[in-house]
Design a protein around this ligand. Structure first.
Ligand SMILES: [Zn+2]
Length: 396
């Protein structure tokens, strides 16, 4: 654990903003944490409250350079930059209980995207949280900003899908483009970031990279490596589909071979990352087998890019493991080593599996046998394909 005591890095990253020290911003809003989409629905915003509790327990909260802010509702005209006005009308009316013929056609009222009272308010405040975080970065008030209530990468201009009603990611990136910034987007969620891909498919100002479980076995059933952008955006959309059963080694090979070289070559002004944690071995919705060892390795690499970072939530349906991942991500981006302040206390609060108390790290859990062989073969082919098609566009 002590190997990532990174105080020196904090001093180095503060040189991004000359003349002042490193600052970070965490969006927390208790009302956003309380949304209830129904007992059976896997999406539980209370994960963010659990993350805050763990951050506090592990001593990575309330540091002098950290600021916590609530979320404010994004204005309608901001939402219209990505979403169709008719869709916004239908969503707003549905969340007031006014159901019309078109409601279901827009993906609303389905099992994945149920309608609950106050939904429009909730979704537009989640977007507002991401916007506050992005603006803090653009105005030089934060080097790192987190909105774990955001990360809705499946949100489409004219409909809801995959638990996503409004696409806070596309809207935040548009805000950065308005200010003339070049943006790299790294999507670590187990599902393909189809909504963000659609938003910037023809735009070379945004390098969109998604690492995910192959669409042959998981929603949204796309995200092939062959989707590399169009027109001026050719080579600026990168998909790295992984086979079911892919583990830490496979994920690290993919990120190390493709994501990191492309990020260095593109050299963005701002890095946006969707840090969904549904890639974890215990996630009930997906078939990847990562532990938080490779997750935190990837986060460390993003944190060392010396570029301001907007980190957004996303998937993660094993609530406890998701909270551990996000606590580690917040610790790494703030260059603080998490220490369990309750470990060893008799009668201390136990949080999660007792054997894991005292550390946030998972035990290693590599995949073996044929499943592993297929996963390695699959990722090797994808790497070769991207090296021959996308790398030359970036002079790699
Ligand atoms: Zn997901």
């Amino acid at each position: 654990m002590a190997t990532w005591e990174l105080t020196g890095v904090r001093q180095r990253s503060s040189s991004i903003r000359k003349g002042r020290d490193f600052r970070s911003l965490f969006i927390y809003d208790h009302e956003l944490a309380s949304l209830d989409l129904g007992l059976q629905h896997p999406f539980k915003p209370e994960r963010v409250l659990k993350t805050v509790e763990l951050c506090s327990r592990y001593g990575v909260w309330e540091k002098p350079w950290m600021e916590v802010k609530g979320a404010e509702r994004a204005e309608r005209e901001v939402l219209e930059r990505f979403h169709q006005p008719q869709y916004l009308d239908i969503l707003e009316r549905a969340s007031r209980g006014e159901i019309q013929l078109e409601t279901l056609e827009r993906g609303l009222g389905t099992e994945d995207c149920p309608i609950v009272p106050g939904l429009y308010e909730w979704a537009s405040r989640a977007v507002g949280g991401s916007l506050i975080a992005m603006r803090a970065i653009l105005e030089g008030d934060a080097d790192v900003a987190f909105n774990l209530f955001g990360g809705f990468h499946h949100g489409m201009p004219d409909h809801a899908e995959g638990f996503c009603y409004l696409n806070d990611i596309a809207i935040s990136i548009l805000e950065a483009l308005d200010r003339g910034k070049r943006v790299a987007y790294v999507d670590m969620d187990a599902h393909h970031g189809n909504g963000v891909q659609e938003a910037f498919y023809r735009d070379p100002r945004v390098l969109v990279i998604s690492v995910h479980e192959t669409g042959r076995t998981l929603y949204p059933w796309g995200g092939s490596e062959e989707e590399i952008g169009e027109g001026e955006g050719l080579g600026y959309n990168v998909n790295i589909p992984l086979e079911p059963g892919s583990d830490d080694e496979v994920f690290q090979l993919a990120v190390g071979s493709i994501v990191l070289p492309l990020l260095r070559a593109f050299s963005p002004d701002v890095l946006v990352s969707q840090i969904g944690a549904d890639t974890m071995i215990s996630d009930p919705l997906t078939h990847l087998r990562l532990t938080n060892n490779s997750y935190s390795w990837a986060i460390r690499n993003l944190a060392s890019m010396a570029v301001p970072v907007l980190a957004l939530g996303g998937g993660g349906y094993d609530l406890y493991r998701t909270a551990r991942c996000w606590t580690m991500a917040w610790a790494i981006f703030n260059h603080v080593e998490p220490r369990d302040e309750l470990a060893g206390l008799v009668g201390g609060m136990m949080y999660g599996p007792e054997m894991e108390v005292g550390t946030l790290m998972d035990a290693a859990n590599p995949t073996k046998g044929e499943v592993k062989e297929r996963a390695m073969e699959g990722v090797t082919k994808v790497i070769e394909f991207l090296r021959s098609t996308v790398f030359p566009i970036h002079s790699l």
